[in-house]
Ligand binder design. Structure first.
Ligand code: SF4
Ligand code: SF4
Length: 105
């Protein structure tokens, strides 16, 4: 089994099993980028530049979804909400954890 070291906040939630509800643990986006991020940032390896820690919610969020204008400078303000919805559909956000990685701790 391939092993990689990733760095996440100690307060981040423990990764659920693949197929369970996503809890924002951040493991997937710390390991490698999603298809959208590969196009935008031209990198396959994580951590994704758009991965954002929310101290209030104590979980990770996708900055590209929550604030697409921060990462797509040419995007008109009026198109941000629609872009966010389309990106969420593209990366299947909220559809459950699709990451099979098993963090050691
Ligand atoms: S999809 Fe899985 S690994 Fe990625 S943030 Fe959600 S729970 Fe964590
Ligand atoms: S764009 Fe969002 S969902 Fe995709 S890898 Fe980056 S943080 Fe994760």
């Amino acid at each position: 089994m391939q092993q990689e070291i990733i760095h996440l906040q100690s307060a981040a939630p423990k990764k659920p099993l693949a197929g369970e509800a996503c809890n924002g643990c951040g493991v997937c986006c710390a390991l490698e980028t999603c298809p959208v991020a590969r196009l935008r940032f031209l990198q396959k390896k994580g951590p994704c530049p758009a991965l954002r820690w929310s101290a209030e919610a104590t979980l990770y969020r996708c900055g590209l979804l929550s604030a697409p204008g921060n990462y797509l400078p040419c995007l008109p303000k009026v198109a941000e909400a629609l872009t966010s919805r389309l990106l969420a559909r593209w990366i299947a956000a909220g559809k459950g954890c699709d990451c099979t990685a098993e963090p050691a701790n």
